[in-house]
Design a protein around this ligand. Structure first.
Ligand code: FAD
Length: 459
């Protein structure tokens, strides 16, 4: 029997969960990730049922030498939740959620999505801040940092993380928090999946009985973009915004004559009192006559748009951090977007600051606390020729916006060289992460990720 077959039968005998192999009917579906164009064929996809299964898969991968990939929500841009020829440790069945409303804490299974967690917590008027999309896994999102609609109010997702239960490379199940294995806890907060598999996260919950926010679509002139950014920076911490400068999608609420025109498609969330929220939103409404104004009081989970199950875009993208989007930069943004023919192309602008910026840079492995604005550029493609053209476009666009901050947010990175990963973890953060890696994963078993090699550098 080949090593692979032997491993599969050992897994089947030992686990409570399910082992899916290429011959199985649901194999194709099981290896599908959010992004299209990622065609890797694992030998086995193991849908683990409990932490014991997780530890077992880790041990077998280590002994067999087969590559191990770990899947949370499957939204990694680089396709890190799939291995070609190895094993996928698929956490999707780890869906437990225990909410303690008195203490305002929640233990959440490592396979939950942000949407499922937010919905359940929202029913109690409670929330933990994740990202902008419900189908993203809390696993990858949290381990990279987590920037979303509550970022200025409550900080990054990792700022709301109290503890984690982790299966490490030697098959142990450890707890990590401020007192227990604090080095591991530090590294998990931004360092990604490098240190082990988190089977459960414990989060702080906040009382968020309602928010004021939703969708606001404005024309995308340079003055309106710059005005939007200035208003977002001046806003109270309760308000977090995501402004997508992009061609207006053909949504029913968007007037037909606007479809395809460049707009500021913004999502805003004010987490606080309704009256104060209306006041905080007024400057945005005043920038121009809105094309669409759906800002309103709502329960927080309503902010997550419904998603299509079988939506698997192929895209090129860049992520970066900048200090300002003033009129000159906004002109560049508009010019660049107008110069492409991609039907879906976007410059996403997220004003940071607030609670996330008050955490010291060295407190967690997310090192960009002082950076003011996150920019994500993307264009979709259909054919290899389009991919080449759009890659050049996105690369020139990013270069034109560079303002000297070389930092990047790891969760929006695609395939990345060690030099690019180092930009996510500058200076002493990298050295500290490498030291934790040496301690918890000296053989680099967890390497299908934005990798931090144990030696601190690739050999
Ligand atoms: C449509 C979309 C919207 C997004 N919006 C935001 C946003 O608003 N804010 C934001 O911060 N990010 C956002 N992201 C980025 C997102 O945070 C990352 O892609 C993240 O890695 C996805 O996590 P996942 O578990 O879904 O992905 P996966 O591909 O399953 O995992 C990503 C990485 O994390 C590892 N991993 C996952 N779970 C675990 C675990 N439990 N233990 C150990 N390792 C694990 C995997 O091995 C892999 O290396 C978005 C991504 C998409 C596609």
């Amino acid at each position: 029997m080949s090593v692979e077959r032997e491993v599969v039968s050992e897994l089947r005998a030992a686990l409570n969960g399910r082992v899916i192999v290429p011959e199985d009917q649901d194999y194709e579906r099981a290896r599908t990730t959010f992004y299209g164009g990622i065609d890797r064929r694992p030998q086995a996809i193991v849908r683990v049922a409990d932490p014991g299964d997780v530890a077992h898969v880790i041990s077998l991968a280590r002994q067999s030498g087969l590559e191990l990939a770990v899947r949370g929500g499957g939204h990694s841009f680089a396709g890190h939740s799939l291995s070609d020829g190895g094993i996928v440790l698929d956490l999707r069945e780890l869906q437990s959620l225990q909410i303690d409303p008195e203490r305002r804490t929640a233990w959440a299974g490592g396979g939950l999505t942000a949407g499922a967690y937010t919905q359940a917590a929202g029913e109690l008027g409670l929330a933990t801040g994740f990202g902008d999309t419900g189908s993203v896994g809390i696993g990858g999102l949290t381990l990279g940092g987590g920037v979303g609609y509550l970022v200025r109010r409550f900080g990054l997702t990792i700022d709301q993380l109290l503890a984690a239960e982790v299966a490490t490379a030697d098959g142990q199940l450890l707890r990590a928090d401020a007192e227990t294995n604090p080095d591991l806890f530090w590294a998990l907060r931004g360092g990604g999946g490098n240190f082990g598999v988190v089977t459960r996260f414990q989060f702080r919950l906040h009382e968020v009985p309602s928010v004021v926010g939703g969708m606001l679509i404005l024309p995308a002139t340079p003055a309106i973009i710059a005005g939007f950014m200035a208003a977002a920076e001046a806003a109270p911490d309760e308000l977090s915004t995501i402004a997508n400068v992009m061609p207006a999608p053909p949504m029913p609420m968007v007037p037909a004559e606007q479809h395809g025109q460049l707009v500021v498609f913004a999502m805003l969330v004010y987490a606080g009192e309704v009256d104060a929220g209306e006041r905080a939103l007024a400057p945005f409404r005043k920038l121009a006559t809105p094309i669409v104004d759906m800002l309103r009081p709502m329960a927080y989970p309503e902010i997550f748009a419904p998603e299509e199950g079988e939506y698997h875009p192929t895209a090129v993208a860049r992520t970066m951090l900048v200090d300002r989007i003033d009129l000159g930069v906004a002109e560049e943004v508009v010019d660049r977007l107008e110069s492409s023919e991609a039907p879906v192309r976007v410059a996403q602008l997220r004003v940071l600051g607030g609670a996330m910026a008050r955490v010291p840079a060295e407190a967690t492995a997310y090192a960009h606390r002082a950076s003011r604005i996150m920019v994500n550029l993307a264009a979709f493609y259909e054919s290899p020729a389009e991919q080449v053209e759009r890659e050049a476009w996105v690369s020139d666009f990013a270069a034109s916006l560079q303002q000297g901050d070389p930092g990047v947010y790891v969760n929006f990175l695609g395939e990345a060289s060690e030099a690019q990963v180092r930009r996510a973890y500058p200076g002493s953060t990298w050295d500290r992460l490498a030291a934790v890696k040496r301690r918890y994963d000296p053989t680099n078993l967890f390497r299908v990720n934005h990798n931090i090699p144990p030696a601190g550098t690739e050999t």
